[in-house]
Ligand binder design. Structure first.
Ligand code: F0G
Length: 359
């Protein structure tokens, strides 16, 4: 059957008015990919590890799940300007869904995004430009941008579409439903990157709802990972100047801090930090051994799983999902910068190519 996006599939869980015009670009239904290379490096007996590749969403990240719901609801309730702060993916997604809204009867829909100048992967910036949003690059980080858009959104007609908007969490919880359906059961452990902490909150909500209605008979342990230079939850205090190569999660004061802590606690899990070196090493492994192109922030889930396994925190026989939150094509600069291998050059003839290859 034709896939029509996650509101179509999960409407009864989403509290969307039946008469709403749905703003969907066919998000969701993303692949769950078996990960033998990661099972092997963990070195724990009989692990089943899967990658949930959220980079396969239309704008290339999990944000689309939240955005279809947030923008459908905002626009059907008469709001016309979608505003967000972003490290890049939220802005790309908000801009994409606003563009789609303009073509289905909401001609006045606009998108305004605030991003930290110089700290957004080029592909994400290119998306926001191409989808036709208004972009303001601020001389400050994501946390500052979020403070400003919260103020901005008090004006009439404006919808704040960051994950402080509960509709975003509602949409994103569907990824937990999908994981259970794809596996045919709940995983034992779910590993996920943590930035502003909306996504871990959303997954946990999804698992709890499926458990409450009897669709699964257990809930997974939630393990979340921040980048070591941007790890306020792990440190127990806000980080004034967060730093990490994983710019998507370069956040010093997450909005959903408390609910992330609750998800970890209630699920008997934890939130830990992984260094940039661990992130890049996992990022390279995911590319070179699994053929999956994810962005650095996404690799924090795999880096965190590997770290946990080495610390003896992963039991034998576990089924584990690592969430790959975004598509690596958004950030080709990091792929090139972090690899020793450089393309060779040759004249356009067979001898020159053979010579370059050293054959
Ligand atoms: N991975 C990627 C690729 C992200 O873009 C983000 C967040 C996260 C993980 C963390 O998710 O914030 O729900 O804990 N990106 C936001 C943005 C902040 O603006 O695109 P979270």
């Amino acid at each position: 059957m034709l896939w029509q996006g996650l509101i179509h599939k999960y409407q009864k869980y989403l509290n969307i008015d039946k008469n709403s015009k749905i703003i969907s670009i066919c998000e969701g239904n993303t692949p769950l990919i078996k990960a033998p290379a990661i099972e092997k490096i963990c070195g724990v007996k009989n692990l089943s590890v899967y990658l949930k590749f959220e980079g396969a969403n239309p704008s290339g990240s999990f944000k689309d799940r939240g955005m279809t719901v947030a923008i459908t609801k905002a626009i059907n309730s008469g709001l016309h300007t979608m505003v967000c702060a972003s490290t890049g993916n939220t802005s790309a997604s908000a801009a994409a869904y606003t563009a789609y809204a303009r073509s289905v009867g909401f001609e006045n829909a606009k998108c305004v995004v605030l991003i930290p100048d110089g700290y957004v992967a080029l592909g994400k910036l290119a998306q926001a430009i191409a989808y036709g949003s208004k972009i303001v690059q601020i001389n400050g980080n994501f946390d500052k941008a979020l403070d400003i858009v919260k103020e901005l959104s008090k004006e009439a007609g404006i919808a704040l579409v960051n994950s402080v908007n509960p509709d975003r969490i509602e949409g994103q919880k569907t990824a937990a439903f999908e994981v259970c359906e794809q596996l045919g059961k709940s995983p034992d452990i779910l590993s996920i990157p943590v930035g502003n902490a909306g996504n871990i909150t959303a997954y946990w909500k999804g698992f709890c709802e499926y458990f409450a209605e009897g669709s699964i008979n257990k809930k997974p342990q939630m393990i979340g990972f921040q980048a070591a230079g941007s790890a306020p939850i792990v440190l127990g205090k806000a980080v004034e100047n967060p730093e990490t190569i994983a710019t998507a999660i370069r956040i010093g004061n997450p909005a959903s801090w408390q609910s992330a802590v609750n998800a970890a606690k209630e699920s008997n899990g934890y939130i830990d930090a992984v260094t940039d070196e661990e992130i890049i090493s996992a990022y390279k492994l995911i590319h070179s051994s699994q053929g999956v192109c994810c962005e650095p922030a996404s690799a924090a889930s795999v880096a965190g799983l590997i770290k946990s396994a080495k610390l003896g925190k992963i039991p034998e026989n576990s089924t584990i999902i690592c969430i790959l939150t975004g598509n690596g094509l958004k950030d080709p600069e990091t792929a090139i910068k972090t690899n020793e291998f450089k393309p060779m050059k040759a004249e356009a003839n067979i001898d020159s190519v053979v010579k370059a290859l050293g054959l």
